[in-house]
Design a protein around this ligand. Structure first.
Ligand SMILES: Cc1ncc(COP(=O)(O)O)c(C=O)c1O
Length: 393
């Protein structure tokens, strides 16, 4: 048992590895063993571990100012807001800062409730939006929900990516539709072309607020800055978190001005909101994404990664499906993935799971083809061994 377990609540599923440092797409444990990081801190390490730009920005800011409440102005925050405006989807002109994904979703739900005056929300089967009470109310998995009822009233779940079912669920109580343009936690579910546009069109027709949760899919992850761009669709509110501040905790909710402006002073807030250290790191993160062409790299290297995985699928019957876009990839197996993940770890590769039988890959967008090839070699090896164990030929 690692010493941490003595003090911490046993709430997380944990891997037997103690990570000491990281650079780019590689992390090292306390014995200086190297791992290719396809877990990426659950998709946080988009610009790579200890990205030079982010490290420099934090160093500079930490000497100047670490604390500055939103009730005061700060130029580091202004610079970041101006930088955000260069990448924000058109029309999403206003920003609310928080500290995590779930908080970005909480803010989005409150803004929409206040704007529409309606408590009803349509969410998707398989959706994952976080585990605070509001976010959990629109998260579908019964395992996460069952011990915490009653959750928010008025939430209706419909099959993901079925516009007809969205339309059928609309009644006079519904003001909001929330979805992940690509579902992450549930196993990288990419909707068929046309679906996201249709839901946008339904929301327009019924005057519903459409929230995109791009916490996992955004910031270049799918090879476009926003996953919604894969279908030329812009929501009314968008939630971000994970890698937006290069690994420093930050959540962010973009919204149309008319929506966010319905909020009165003090109706929502967070003490750490717009923290200068996170804002400095955030500025450097966007610089890395745009100037170092990491979004383009996610597209190019992501394609190579997916093609290589598809080649493995031809070789390994244990693979049921390979799917995803850019650096947001999944390999669905015919069996549980636990042993495969632990084996890969022993061979120097960190990966994530989704449910029991899906391997999820959320590598840093700085990963190159050489590292991908090494990762593929390890996956090939562990699947060969797993097939031997399970007598799959
Ligand atoms: C799509 C999506 N929404 C919300 C969240 C919740 O974010 P956090 O864990 O920072 O609260 C996550 C986290 O994985 C996520 O993937």
């Amino acid at each position: 048992m690692n010493g941490e377990d003595q003090y911490l609540a046993r709430i997380y599923q944990r891997f037997p590895v103690n990570i000491a440092r990281g650079k780019g797409a590689i992390v090292w444990d306390t014995s200086d063993r190297e791992y290719i990081d396809c877990m990426g801190g659950y998709g946080v390490a988009i610009v790579g571990h200890c990205n030079d730009r982010v490290v420099r920005a934090i160093r500079t800011q930490v000497e100047k100012l670490i604390v500055c409440h939103m009730s005061l102005y700060n130029d580091t925050r202004l610079r970041f807001l101006q930088k955000l405006a260069t990448i924000a989807p058109p029309g999403l002109d206003k920003t609310f800062f928080s500290n995590s994904g779930a908080e970005a979703v909480e803010a989005a739900l409150k803004f929409s409730r206040k704007f529409t005056g309606k408590k009803g929300v349509i969410a998707m089967n398989g959706a994952y939006h976080g585990k605070t009470f509001g976010a959990l109310s629109v998260t579908h998995n019964e395992k996460y929900r069952k011990s915490f009822q009653p959750l928010l009233e008025g939430v209706k779940f419909v099959p993901y990516a079925d516009p007809n079912k969205v339309e059928d669920a609309i009644d006079e109580t519904i003001g909001t539709v929330i979805l992940e343009p690509i579902q992450g936690e549930t196993g990288i579910i990419v909707p068929p072309d046309g679906v996201i546009q249709s839901i946008r069109e339904i929301c327009n027709r019924h005057k519903l607020v459409l929230i995109f949760d791009e916490i996992q899919s955004g910031l270049g992850r799918t090879g476009k800055m926003w996953a919604g761009q894969n279908w030329n669709t812009v929501p009314d509110i968008m939630c971000l978190a994970k890698g937006i501040a290069g690994g420093v905790p930050m959540g962010l909710t973009f919204a149309k001005a008319e929506i966010i402006e319905c909020m009165k002073t003090g109706e929502h807030s967070s003490t750490f909101s717009g923290n200068p250290l996170a804002c400095a790191a955030g500025y450097a993160t966007i610089e890395a994404l745009t100037e170092d062409k990491l979004v383009e790299n996610a597209d190019k290297t992501g394609r190579y990664f997916k093609e290589s995985l598809l080649m493995l699928q031809e070789k390994h019957r244990i693979i049921r499906e390979v799917r995803g876009l850019g650096m947001m990839l999944a390999v669905e197996l015919r069996f549980e993935v636990r042993d495969v993940l632990l084996d890969a770890l022993k061979k120097g590769l960190l990966m994530l799971y989704s449910g029991r039988n899906i391997i999820r890959l959320l590598p840093p967008l700085v990963m190159d083809e050489k590292i991908v090839s090494s990762a593929i070699q390890i996956i090939d090896l562990v699947l060969t061994e797993e097939e031997k164990r399970r007598h799959v030929h």
